[in-house]
Design a protein around this ligand. Sequence first.
Ligand SMILES: Cc1cc2nc3c(=O)[nH]c(=O)nc-3n(C[C@H](O)[C@H](O)[C@H](O)COP(=O)(O)O)c2cc1C
Ligand SMILES: Nc1ncnc2c1ncn2[C@@H]1O[C@H](COP(=O)(O)OP(=O)(O)O)[C@@H](O)[C@H]1O
Length: 312
Amino acid sequence: MITVSLSYPLSDELLQQWGRPQVTAIGQFDGLHLGHASVIHQAVSLAREQKVSASVMTFHPHPKEVMKKGDYEGYLTPLADKQAILADMGVDVLYIMSFNEDFSKVSPEAFMTDVLLPLQIQTAVVGFDFRFGYRGAGHEDTLRKLGGEQMAVHTVPPFELDGEKVSSSDIRRALQTGDLTQASRWLGRPYRIRGTVMDGEKRGRTIGFPTANLKLDDTYVIPVKGVYAVRALVGNHWISGVMNVGVKPTFHEGVLNPSFEVHLFDFNQQIYGESVVVELHHYIRPERKFSSVDELISQIGNDAQTAKKLLG
Ligand SMILES: Cc1cc2nc3c(=O)[nH]c(=O)nc-3n(C[C@H](O)[C@H](O)[C@H](O)COP(=O)(O)O)c2cc1C
Ligand SMILES: Nc1ncnc2c1ncn2[C@@H]1O[C@H](COP(=O)(O)OP(=O)(O)O)[C@@H](O)[C@H]1O
């Protein structure tokens, strides 16, 4: 998959290089959950039928982040994660349209005449609730009307599991309430975060549970504070472990930003500075303040046993 950065208005040079008949899925696609996957699979299969390239157009940063709407809570799949997942879905080209205040004012008409038609998109594939252009004025019918003879529009209906529509906002809620089973079902994979191992307070090893402290590489949606059964990719190996997302109330008061610390099972290596991906499989319990370090140690021991059982 090739990634192409776009900024509005598109230059002639860019259009010469990338303007070609193609089928394009357009959307924000944060989370790349099962609903998004159904839109993208549809685009890829239409592209194969029409013997043209399959592309995805997405917008970055997230419009909610740029427009400071107040309900922005971070990314389920920051750009790097999105890229990796889309590459595995058979997408040939990923267009990343730079989203800023100026671009937010582009009308549906201008988006069609200045972006979609010059790129020679012959079929646009969008989800049922797709909105585009200034103030989200455009929707699927607008796209159809403006595209006329030159661009077909394919709308994908809501993807449902057990009669419920899969949505990014429900996945965020599930992560914020510790319902990881639901989050994983809707995502079609466990929720993942990526970070770099930093120095911590060097206490972990003294209590028998060294923990790799992660500085997250992006502004992820933060799952509820507490203890999780996880699998972590360290180098080329997936290792089971237990993670605490929290502020360590046993030792500190008034900390606002949670830390992400993973104790890896049967592991004893120095990994400061390494990049680690953590998959959150199960939520075990909320974080709490213990009245002694011994109680904390014994609870972490129980957590590790629970995680081993849950991870099988
Ligand atoms: C599985 C697990 C569960 C934890 N649960 C709690 C908890 O409930 N309350 C708490 O104050 N700290 C908890 N911690 C955090 C420990 O206090 C922390 O790992 C320890 O202080 C070492 O920190 P350091 O790696 O920064 O040195 C937990 C850590 C792990 C690995
Ligand atoms: N089983 C393990 N799980 C996590 N980290 C480990 C493990 N064994 C060794 N380490 C290393 O030790 C560090 C954690 O030790 P710790 O005493 O908790 O220090 P810090 O407070 O700096 O995180 C990790 O960053 C990693 O480099």
